[in-house]
Design a protein around this ligand. Structure first.
Ligand SMILES: Nc1ncnc2c1ncn2[C@@H]1O[C@H](COP(=O)(O)OP(=O)(O)O)[C@@H](O)[C@H]1O
Length: 190
């Protein structure tokens, strides 16, 4: 769907398993875009590139974040895996020539979310959570809900993630708390 070099570079950078996950996220993102009236091509590109900075080596991740001038908050310093969102937006812009700020923002916030998310941000967040190879407990319910009530599916996914992180003794990213609270308030006004 996109130029061959994009696919080749992506697979080379993040490995075949992550690349295949990205293709699945791309497909689900397009389905959701069609259902909820978002631009399918934008959803496809954001879905494809959402993990473009998913680098395993902690040192390389931190080095790149430094080079791109990304300011790390305490939660990101504690769990460097979370850096791949904001770093991904920078990599997508500089290395994959993505200029669309809505796509870049969807990549940036795909793991932790943010307060008052756009439709595209919501779609990429939930597509990453429900793509067909995700097998964890509770995913079925979120998967079903995503096609019936997008906001409700996001709340459930965020609740699950918050519980999962607490269970593992980790730090919850504040964006996720803000995103969840905003969605809950929004829902109560529906
Ligand atoms: N909102 C959050 N706050 C803190 N940690 C989180 C949050 N969301 C995800 N994490 C943690 O960050 C890591 C990466 O998450 P994610 O990118 O969703 O994983 P995956 O590799 O399955 O795509 C996981 O270990 C997860 O526990």
């Amino acid at each position: 769907m996109f130029e061959k070099w994009i696919h080749e570079k992506l697979e080379d950078e993040i490995g075949t398993v992550r690349y295949n996950h990205s293709l699945d996220v791309m497909k689900v993102s397009m389905e959701l875009a069609k259902l909820y009236g978002e631009n399918e091509k934008k959803a496809a590109l954001a879905g494809l590139l959402h993990d473009c900075a998913k680098i395993r080596e902690k040192r390389k991740l931190l080095k790149m974040a430094g080079e791109f001038g990304i300011i790390l908050d305490n939660v990101m310093k504690n769990n460097v895996e979370l850096i791949h969102g904001p770093l991904g937006a920078e990599v997508a812009r500089k290395e994959y020539n993505v200029l669309d700020i809505e796509i870049l923002s969807a990549i940036k916030y795909h793991t932790v979310g943010k307060e008052d998310m756009s439709l595209l941000e919501k779609i990429i967040f939930i597509a990453d959570y429900i793509e067909p190879n995700r097998k964890f407990k509770g995913v079925e319910e979120v998967r079903k809900l995503a096609f019936e009530d997008l906001n409700a599916s996001l709340i459930l996914a965020m609740d699950n993630t918050i519980k999962f992180v607490i269970y593992g003794g980790g730090l919850i990213h504040l964006n996720t708390v803000k995103a969840r609270n905003y969605l809950k308030l929004e829902k109560s006004l529906e």
